[in-house]
Design a protein around this ligand. Structure first.
Ligand SMILES: Cc1cc2nc3c(=O)[nH]c(=O)nc-3n(C[C@H](O)[C@H](O)[C@H](O)COP(=O)(O)O)c2cc1C
Length: 135
């Protein structure tokens, strides 16, 4: 199994209707493909973790990249895993914080997105990632 984390930029302001549509499709397809994960939408950014069998995650990500609702996806991490960290959701959702100016570094961008996250396990995952990335 692998876990893939990417960040992208929304083409339009996040709206409840667009997010609902994305989550509905994601939950249906990911359940069928044995993919789990989490989507964070904040400011004009999406941050998403996908995990599951390598082929399933890759084909899901390839399809997501074609989606006109966002642009410029950047893979932040792609790693082999033995266990899922987001196994309880076919696609969980978390509202993220505001977008910083593009001049802000990726670690600050991620910190701003994660700011509203209260769940300690989720925070720990992303903070670990930011630390690793900054190192
Ligand atoms: C930010 C973002 C995240 C998405 N995440 C997923 C996902 O986890 N799984 C998925 O199947 N589709 C996801 N989608 C939707 C896909 O891009 C695509 O529209 C959908 O998979 C097509 O499904 P269909 O072929 O069954 O109509 C996402 C789209 C966006 C913009």
């Amino acid at each position: 199994m692998i876990r893939l984390l990417y960040i992208s930029t929304a083409r339009e302001r996040h709206s409840p209707a667009i997010l609902e549509d994305i989550l509905r499709m994601s939950r249906r397809n990911n359940t069928a493909a044995n993919v789990t994960g989490l989507l964070i939408a904040g400011g004009n950014r999406f941050l998403q973790v996908l995990e599951g069998p390598e082929q399933s995650v890759q084909s899901t990500y390839d399809r997501i990249c074609q989606d006109v609702r966002h642009r410029a996806p950047v893979v932040l991490k792609r790693e082999p895993i033995k266990e899922r960290a987001f196994g309880s959701w076919s696609m969980g959702f978390q509202a993220g914080g505001p977008t910083l100016p593009p001049t802000a570094g990726i670690s600050d961008q991620l910190a701003a997105l994660m700011e509203p996250i209260e769940d300690p396990t989720l925070r720990a995952y992303f903070e670990g990632f930011v630390r690793q990335h900054a190192a």
